[in-house]
Design a protein around this ligand. Structure first.
Ligand code: BGC
Length: 386
């Protein structure tokens, strides 16, 4: 029987733009509505979590989970440069309070892919003022984070460095351009400034990095290492000394002589078109532990886009078994947050369903899937059972 430590935090994650709805001041909304958009559909009302967040918190709290990861929407909090909305700050504080009151540790993400339109217009993360602008926002949100023990300042900083936050880009890592060294430098600077601003709080502060469990095709070990370094390893190394490092893992990517290769013929794929590969979590955890110089880890996202909830359980079971293997070797992992609590807007489409809970698109009713209770049982007992 595989067991997890009693202090291990179990929960699920969401992100503002993907669930709130009508995030009209964000760069992503503009992209969704551009005349020449390549996206399949706009986010619209999403899961209406802007209004229904108490139901989201209760879905986890009522089942005895220990944590909820959600994000603050910068575009709502600072709708114009330097103008902060007290009402929105109070809104997000109410979510923090609801978590604390119901026994959930909130993990608050400060930036999850979306930027205010004004920020994108002024050069996004390429602007020499990007880090300073982000730090000013972080200072503004610091007071509402009192009592929060986990803060993820930047979600998937390596993916963000590829999308640059200036204009839209595909979110699938394999189709993204290489990170711009300038943007990477600005993001690392932003992270340091955010940590300084948040140092008045007792919270653990870290960022999260997307791991791809890179595999080298035959004879391509060097090409793989060279491809991986600016996209992943550099960020893992830059996490050294942080309070924690968020690991997000879903898939593996094969690298050949000319870069990423297609999913191997005949492999099972998910609704994202990714290879079904739950072992990715263990591989990414081991790699992150080594490269970050043994920074405490937190699984901030892991999950599968599938319409088959039984397959979701299979995937999660195997991912957790791998995680337990890594922990048995002494790797310090503090918790596991499933992606995602809700079916949500997957950056251009609602088709890939990652949720433990479905959403009725007309009534916004929350429709828990069996996997939610299944994971809750594991969370409450700490025992990994099918
Ligand atoms: C992101 C989420 C996304 C998920 C599945 C991560 O890249 O943080 O926003 O929905 O993976 O693609």
């Amino acid at each position: 029987m595989i067991t997890f430590p009693e202090s291990f935090l179990w929960g699920a994650a969401t992100a503002a733009h993907q669930i709130e709805g009508n995030n009209t001041n964000a760069d992503w909304w503009a992209r969704e509505h551009a005349a020449d958009t390549e996206l399949a559909e706009p986010s619209g009302d999403a899961a209406d979590s802007l209004h229904r967040w108490p139901e989201d918190v209760a879905l986890l709290a009522d089942r005895g989970f220990g944590a909820y990861r959600f994000s603050l929407e910068w575009a709502r909090i600072e709708p114009e440069e330097g103008q902060f909305s007290r009402a929105m700050l109070q809104h997000y504080r109410r979510i923090v309070d609801a978590c604390l009151d119901s026994g959930l540790a909130p993990m608050v993400t400060l930036h999850h892919f979306t930027n205010p339109r004004w920020f994108a217009r002024r050069g996004g993360w390429s602007s020499p003022r990007a880090a300073e602008r982000f730090a000013r926002y972080v200072e503004a949100v610091t007071p509402i984070l009192d009592g929060v023990s986990w803060i993820c300042d930047i979600n998937e900083v390596n993916m963000l460095s590829m999308t640059r936050g200036e204009e839209g880009n595909e979110m699938t890592a394999a189709s993204l351009p290489a990170p711009s060294p300038l943007v990477t430098e600005h993001l690392i600077d932003a992270h340091h400034r955010a940590k300084d601003a948040l140092s008045t709080l007792p919270a653990a502060v870290g960022w999260s990095v997307a791991g791809q469990a890179f595999h080298a095709a035959d004879g391509c070990a060097e090409e793989m290492a060279a491809y991986r370094y600016p996209r992943e390893d550099l960020f893992l190394e830059a996490s050294r000394g942080d309070d924690f490092l968020g690991v997000q893992a879903y898939l593996r990517t094969f690298i050949g002589a000319d870069g990423p290769l297609p999913v191997p013929a005949g492999a099972e794929t998910t609704l994202m078109g990714w290879e079904y590969f739950p072992q990715a979590l263990e591989i990414c955890i081991r790699h992150a532990w080594e490269l970050s110089g043994h920074t405490p880890l937190f699984v901030t996202e892991n999950g599968i886009a599938t319409a088959d909830d039984e397959r979701r359980k299979d995937y999660t079971f195997d991912a957790l078994a791998g995680l337990a293997n890594a922990m048995a070797d002494g790797i310090d992992v503090r918790g596991y947050l499933h992606w995602s609590l809700l079916d949500n807007y997957e950056w251009g489409t609602y088709r890939p369903t990652f949720g433990l809970v479905g959403i009725d698109p007309k009534t916004f009713d929350r429709l828990p899937k069996p996997s939610l209770d299944w994971l809750a049982r594991i969370a409450r007992s700490g025992e990994l059972v099918r």
